[in-house]
Design a protein around this ligand. Sequence first.
Ligand SMILES: Nc1ncnc2c1ncn2[C@@H]1O[C@H](COP(=O)(O)OP(=O)(O)OP(=O)(O)O)[C@@H](O)[C@H]1O
Ligand SMILES: [Mg+2]
Length: 248
Amino acid sequence: MNYLLKVENLCKDNILNNITFSVEWGEMTAVMGPSGSGKSTLLYNIAGMDNPTGGRVWLGSSEITSMTEDEKASVRLHKTGFVFQQMNMMKNLSIMDNILLPAIHANKGKSGKTKKELTERAELLMKKLSVSEIAERSVKEVSGGQLQRACICRSMMNEPMILFADEPTGALNKSAAAEVMAEFEKLNSEGTTILMVTHDSKVAAACSRVLYLLDGRICGEIKLGKPVKGTERQREEKLNGWLSEMGW
Ligand SMILES: Nc1ncnc2c1ncn2[C@@H]1O[C@H](COP(=O)(O)OP(=O)(O)OP(=O)(O)O)[C@@H](O)[C@H]1O
Ligand SMILES: [Mg+2]
């Protein structure tokens, strides 16, 4: 099997215990589990933002866990995107400048794209995620849903191989969460591989697979397949039935 992400016996202190799973190219996978079960820790350790105490992680053919801090920083910048629950936008910059920031950093040097090219890409992404009109506004002048969609634009600027998202709808109301989820589904249908943490079964039901984490171990997995329009309720019911078996 041709995996994009492979996690083998991942351990982190007493928080993660021997986590093993893989993600195929193009999959959209959710990780669910009770508060404190280790979901964020798992994502941070896979994405190279934290150092596991054991096990190995590969992204494509590169082993993240054998890299230096500089090499991991480069992978984070060029190969992965991360959407945070608390968004982490710079408050003194406009939405557009926030979106451009990691891209400008990634394109320093002669062979990099020009600011004009990057601005064009940012405009394209903002159009796709329906946030063009807020480009010049400050972070304080937009709604939660708009801000999270802008964060997705920022995470997609450097054309990541995989997008990680930690509770991307956690700070949003129902309709904003639905907007953001629709964008993830669109990006996934266009080929972006996504691994997200969520406590919302409606959000997870849009994923093709859900992993259940309990006390730092993966104790279950359900395959829902690619979403088909009109089957949302059945998927959610199937997922909720399984989640209650898991003790959710
Ligand atoms: N930096 C840290 N140092 C020590 N313990 C930590 C650290 N970060 C998290 N933990 C602990 O690790 C466990 C897992 O935390 P984590 O944040 O990964 O849980 P989570 O599943 O994401 O929870 P939530 O759903 O509340 O976000 C918790 O017991 C937490 O207290
Ligand atoms: Mg968390």
